[in-house]
Write a protein that binds this ligand. Structure first.
Ligand SMILES: [Fe+2]
Ligand SMILES: [Fe+2]
Length: 255
């Protein structure tokens, strides 16, 4: 089987449209859709949940690919990836049902290959640094914000469902922290490469300043994403790593 599948090769039913994130951004810019939408708006929430639904699908596929791509990795690593496939498949079902709850369905919005592109490395330490720590760290930021939005809206169903998924995501980030360090033990150059791969993913995910450290959100009107400090500490991030992430978010904001 071939390695490093491009996003458009992921199996999808015909009604799901996959597009490269670059093309999606170009179309949005062309239509002058550059402003930030108020996240409390219901249509925004539907689009956001659809993004997360497709992100969960790709997270399931990415963990499965990591299992397949690195047959010589430690058995416990493979077990963690297999467990993650199961968790992510459950998350896709949860978000599919949340979409139905809000009157939407898979295929109502375009899917981008943003998450999948972060799988494109042939070192398992880089793979877990980028996916488990970079992308799933973002999932923690996003889910904490969604929980706050649901609390604001008085929506207990969304609040509890997302909270259950967040608990799993913290364990996935923790797996990434463990394996990034364990696979690179005694090889500082390899550890640096894994961290650099994650930094690249984090910079891409800062969305040109739409994610910030909580202390940088002076006038928090809910539009910006805050770095989920508590969840990240629980998931094995160090204070120094959180500080670096906050600085990277500041640099993106200045971009
Ligand atoms: Fe997930
Ligand atoms: Fe996950």
């Amino acid at each position: 089987m071939r390695r490093f599948l491009p996003g458009e090769m992921l199996a999808r039913p015909d009604h799901l449209i996959m597009m490269s994130v670059g093309k999606m951004r170009a179309i949005r810019a062309e239509q002058e859709l550059t402003g930030t939408i108020v996240p409390l708006d219901e249509e925004h929430l539907r689009a956001r949940l659809h993004n997360i639904y497709t992100g969960e699908l790709q997270a399931m596929e990415a963990a499965g690919r990591t299992l397949f791509d690195f047959p010589d990795a430690p058995w416990e690593f493979q077990l963690d990836m297999a467990r993650q496939v199961w968790d992510e498949s459950r998350h896709t079902e949860i978000f599919e049902r949340l979409l139905a709850y809000l009157g939407a369905a898979p295929g109502d919005y375009v899917e981008t290959d943003l998450l999948w592109r972060c799988t494109l490395t042939d070192d398992p330490a880089e793979r877990v640094a980028g996916i488990n720590r970079g992308l799933e760290g973002l999932a923690c930021d996003t889910f904490e914000q969604l929980i706050r939005i649901a609390q604001h809206n008085g929506d207990v169903i969304v609040e509890r469902a997302v909270d259950y998924v967040l608990a799993d995501e913290i364990t996935h980030v923790r797996m990434g922290s463990r394996w990034m360090r364990q696979l690179t033990a005694g090889d500082t150059e390899r550890l640096k490469r894994a961290q650099a791969f994650q930094d690249g993913v984090d910079e891409e995910l800062n969305f040109r300043g739409r994610r910030r450290a909580r202390e940088d959100l002076v006038h928090d009107d809910g539009r910006l994403l805050a770095i989920a400090r508590e969840s990240r500490l629980l998931a094995g991030f160090t204070e120094e790593e959180i500080r670096r992430l906050a600085e990277s978010a500041r640099r993106s904001a200045a971009y």
